[in-house]
Design a protein around this ligand. Structure first.
Ligand code: HPA
Ligand code: ZN
Length: 341
C-alpha cells in the first residue's frame, strides 16, 4: 500500500519544471491590494477575503473577466518585478527548478502600459531569481485569441526589440469560437524567426482545435489538451510525436472543465503514454501552486512514486532547455529517486 504522506513528501522534494503558468494569474489578492494602493486604483472588492470569495467560476470566460480586471493594478516596471519575483520564490518553495511562464502583453498595452515597462520588470525578476534562487526561467509571450490576428502582429512588432528575452509565443484567452487557425500567419512568422510555439487547445474547445494547433500552427506543446482524448487518431498522433501536454488539474476543476478530480483525464493520459505534465495555470485564482496540483491529483487518483517521477521527467523533457541543462535536471531526478529507494 502507498502511504499518502510518503508520496506527499516525495512530491515536495521532487525537482520539477513548471511549463504552464500565467504570470498575471499568480497575482495573489494581497499583492493586488498592495499594488492598487501604490497606484491609486480602486478595486471592486471591499477586502482580500471578498476577492477570494468572488473566485467562483462556471467556465473559462467567467474567470477571464476577473483575470483582466485584476491585472489592471499592474502599471509599472516595479509592479511586474514584484509580481514575477513573488511567483518565482513561491515556485522555488515547491521544488520547481525551471519555469516557462506566460505573459499577456495585450492585457497591458491596451491599458497604455508600455511593452518595455512590462518586459523590463519581468526580466529583472528573472535575472534576480536565477542568481538568488538558482533556478532557470524562460518567458513565453501569449496572444489573446479573442482579438484579431492583426493585433497579434502589432504585438509581435512591439516585441521585436525584446526577442532575446522571449523563448516562444503562445495563444490564450477565450477558446470557443477562436480556433488556432485564426493565428496561422503570425505563428508561421514566429517559427521562421526561430521561436518556439505553444497554444492552449482542448481546454473548452473541441479536439479539432488541438489538431489545428498541431497541424496548422506546428506547435511544440499543447497547453491543456484534455479534449484530445475524444479523438483516438489525434491521441495516436500526440503519442507518436511525443507531444507534451501541459495539464492543469486545479484549473480544470475550478473552471468546470472536469466535474470532479476523480474523473480527471490525467490518469487516462498517463495510461495512454501521453507526455503529460502537471502545472498550476493561474494559481492565485485556482487555489494552488504546482505541488497543490500534484497533491489534488494524488488525493483523487493515487499517484504511484513512479508516476510522480514520470510527470517530473516529462516536465524537463518538454521544456525548451538546451541539451546539457535538460540532462542535468534529469540527472537531479535520477539522484533524487535513488535517495528515495
Ligand atoms: N485558459 C485560457 N486563457 C487563459 C487561461 C486559461 O486557463 N489563464 C489565463 N489565460
Ligand atoms: Zn493557461
Amino acid at each position: 500500500m502507498i502511504v499518502s504522506g510518503k508520496v506527499e513528501a516525495l512530491i515536495r522534494g521532487l525537482p520539477k519544471a513548471e511549463l504552464h503558468v500565467h504570470l498575471e494569474g499568480t497575482l495573489e489578492p494581497e499583492l493586488m491590494f498592495d499594488l492598487a494602493r501604490r497606484n491609486h486604483i480602486d478595486l471592486p472588492f471591499p477586502s482580500i477575503d471578498a476577492a477570494r470569495e468572488a473566485y467562483r467560476f462556471n467556465n473559462l470566460q467567467e474567470f477571464l473577466d476577473l483575470y483582466y480586471q485584476g491585472m489592471a493594478v499592474l502599471r509599472t516596471e516595479e509592479d511586474f518585478f514584484d509580481l514575477t519575483y513573488a511567483y518565482l520564490k513561491r515556485a522555488h518553495d515547491d521544488g520547481v527548478r525551471h519555469v516557462e511562464m506566460f505573459f499577456d502583453p495585450q492585457g497591458h498595452t491596451e491599458r497604455d502600459v508600455s511593452f518595455g515597462e512590462v518586459i523590463r520588470g519581468i526580466t529583472r525578476a528573472r535575472v534576480t531569481a536565477e542568481s538568488s534562487l538558482s533556478m532557470s526561467t524562460k518567458l513565453i509571450m501569449c496572444f489573446l485569441r479573442h482579438l484579431p490576428e492583426s493585433d497579434a502582429f502589432a504585438t509581435y512588432s512591439e516585441a521585436e526589440p525584446w526577442l532575446e528575452e522571449i523563448v516562444g509565443i503562445g495563444l490564450d484567452s477565450s477558446e470557443l469560437g477562436h480556433p488556432p487557425s485564426k493565428f496561422a500567419r503570425v505563428f508561421q512568422l514566429a517559427r521562421e524567426d526561430g521561436l518556439k510555439t505553444v497554444a492552449h487547445a482542448g481546454e473548452e474547445g473541441p479536439p479539432e482545435y488541438v489538431r489545428e494547433a498541431v497541424e496548422i500552427l506546428g506547435v511544440d506543446r499543447i497547453d491543456h489538451g484534455n479534449r484530445a482524448l475524444e479523438d483516438p487518431d489525434l491521441v495516436r498522433r500526440l503519442v507518436d510525436d511525443a507531444t507534451t501536454l501541459t495539464v492543469c488539474p486545479l484549473s480544470n476543476l475550478r473552471l468546470c472543465v472536469v466535474d470532479d478530480m476523480r474523473s480527471h483525464p490525467i490518469r487516462k493520459m498517463l495510461e495512454l503514454d501521453l507526455k503529460v505534465t502537471v502545472n498550476s495555470d493561474d494559481p492565485a485564482y485556482f487555489g494552488g501552486y504546482v505541488n497543490d496540483n500534484f497533491m489534488a491529483v494524488h488525493d483523487a487518483l493515487t499517484l504511484t512514486p513512479e508516476e510522480c517521477m514520470v510527470l517530473a521527467r516529462n516536465s524537463f523533457e518538454g521544456a525548451f532547455l538546451d541539451a546539457d541543462s535538460r540532462a542535468a535536471y534529469l540527472d537531479e531526478i535520477r539522484r533524487y529517486a535513488e535517495q528515495q529507494a
